[in-house]
Unconditional design. Structure first.
Ligand code: NAD
Length: 480
């Protein structure tokens, strides 16, 4: 097939780039144009078994290297990624749809995250505890848990992948990664950087295929000691059940339904500016995307007006075109799901202020949408919209807004806007969430822990907690 897509999609197994042994393929489609970009090879059982065997071999070599040696390889890979930023960002936009500026920022984040994990791997410290016996040394060692299987969603094709690669390899584990079939090119480009940086064979495998078949096969194997997923809560529960059979440990970065509380004293202009950028980033397909906006009744009308006005002026288009602020959603299936949530809210009494419809053109475009006065019976207040839709509601009492903010099973991100530090603190402590942004939405950096509570999952990616998830503890008592 002739393709202008700037990456050849292959599987990486045991240090070699291969096509699937069964020669099955799928099409990669550009969500902004509906064009077929290229073909994706799908792994069969033989490829997965080779990946498992290779991950055992790769683990034995990688874990025996010095932490400084592993750091060097990962830092080199990060340098190669930085040098290839423009090309990888273009691939990312072609397959995911997000504006090129967002894709570039994501590559910059990913380079930093890889550098950070590279360094932090040198600080996987244990400790010494004073002995109780004569000449006794009590030593706490931190060891890599073993071969890891990881599954990454398509919404951050670079960052989701690099967080898993950085955490696992930084800790000295080997990794078999199933990146998303919607965005394979970015993952391949990143894996090539690691391979060129001199990673030992088998330390990293990259596969694509039928997701359920891949997780069934990999998770049934006792070889895999840890599972890491960025994906939906439903898939998280399925993988955790599979992991339970051989008691693998899990890190689960799952869905969210982030509440925003705008208190009576918030700066309307500043909070709207910050929230518009956060809401429509990646067309709302972000697990931490602000989704349920609870605005104090004193500010409600001007806040809603300004928010809707700004949303209506966002420029929708192909992410490769200059000036585009909002790209397409990932699949046509998502368009229908978002549309159905908006119709349901309208039917139940919500006011549609802007958007609310798909755009009739090639590609999966949904207009930036604002719903006001959304009643609590609307499905959109419980189901993750994962699209460019904001639901805004008034509130008047603290306890009431906290109860509403905490009313979903999710608990990932939450946001608070106020000038009152004491009120901010009361709100921060009352929210059921793994992440709280106060007067800002910058809740994810390489050095900070990122993760949810309740049905948003558990465990962190990023920060020392991110590395800790790939380490196990050994206690040694020595007497000489
Ligand atoms: P999804 O759970 O269907 O897919 C996510 C990843 O898991 C993909 O790579 C997919 O191929 C894979 N997958 C799907 N079914 C699988 C199976 N049976 N076995 C193994 N892998 C499987 O989710 P999606 O709809 O593609 O992505 C969006 C979801 O991901 C949203 O719910 C979103 O909130 C969540 N998400 C969470 C975070 C986070 O860090 N908490 C980040 C991004 C996305």
């Amino acid at each position: 097939m002739h393709s202008v897509f700037p990456e050849k999609i292959e599987l990486l197994v045991d240090g070699r780039w291969v096509q699937g042994s069964e020669r099955n393929t799928a099409e990669l489609v550009n969500p902004a144009t509906a064009e077929v970009l290229t073909e994706i090879p799908l792994a069969g059982v033989a490829d997965l078994q080779r990946a498992l065997d290779a991950s055992v071999k790769g683990f034995s070599v990688w874990k025996e290297m010095t932490a400084a040696g592993r750091c060097e390889a990962l830092r080199k890979a990060a340098e190669l990624m930085a040098a290839d930023k423009e090309r990888i960002a273009t691939i990312l936009t072609m397959e995911n749809g997000k504006p090129l500026a967002e894709a570039r920022a994501e590559i910059e984040f990913s380079v930093e995250a890889l550098q950070w994990y590279a360094e932090e791997g040198k600080r996987a410290y244990g400790r010494m505890i004073p002995g109780r016996l004569e000449n006794q040394r009590q030593i706490v060692l931190k060891e890599p848990v073993g071969p890891v299987a990881a599954f990454a969603a398509w919404n951050f094709p670079a960052a989701n992948v690099v967080r898993k690669i950085g955490g696992a390899l930084g800790a000295g584990c080997s990794l078999t990664l199933k990146a998303s079939e919607e965005t394979p090119g970015t993952a391949v480009a990143i894996a090539r950087c690691l391979e060129k940086a001199g990673l030992p064979e088998g330390a990293l495998q990259l596969v694509f295929g039928v997701p359920d078949e891949i997780s069934s096969y990999l998770l049934a194997s006792p070889v895999i000691r840890k599972v890491s997923l960025t994906g939906s809560t439903a898939v998280g529960k399925l993988l955790q059940r599979r992991a339970a059979e051989t008691l693998k440990r899990c890190t689960m970065e799952l869905g969210g339904h982030a509440p925003v509380i705008v208190h009576h004293d918030a700066d309307i202009e500043k909070s709207v500016a910050v929230l518009i950028a956060a809401k429509y980033r990646n067309a709302g397909q972000v697990c931490t995307s602000p989704t349920r906006f609870y605005v104090h009744q004193d500010l409600y009308t001007p806040f809603v007006q300004l928010f809707a006005e700004k949303a209506a002026h966002l420029k929708l288009g192909n992410g490769l075109e200059a000036g585009t602020q909002v790209g397409p959603v990932i699949t046509r299936r998502r368009l229908a799901a978002i549309e159905s949530l908006v119709r349901d809210a309208e039917t139940k009494g919500a006011r549609l202020l802007t958007g609310g419809r798909r755009i009739e053109r090639d590609g999966n475009f949904f207009a930036p949408t604002v719903l006001a006065d959304v009643p609590s019976s609307a499905r959109i207040l419980r189901e993750e919209p994962f699209g460019p839709v904001a639901s805004i509601m008034p509130f008047s009492h603290f306890d009431d807004v906290i109860e509403r903010a905490n009313s979903t099973p999710y608990g990932l991100a939450s946001f608070v806007f106020t000038r009152d530090a004491a009120l901010a603190q009361r709100t921060e402590l009352a929210l059921e969430a793994g992440l709280v942004g106060v007067n800002n939405t910058a809740i994810s950096a390489p050095e900070t822990p990122f993760g949810g509570v309740n049905e948003s999952g558990y465990g962190s990616e990023g920060g020392i907690e991110g590395l800790e998830g790939y380490l196990r503890t050994k206690f040694i008592s020595e007497v000489f």
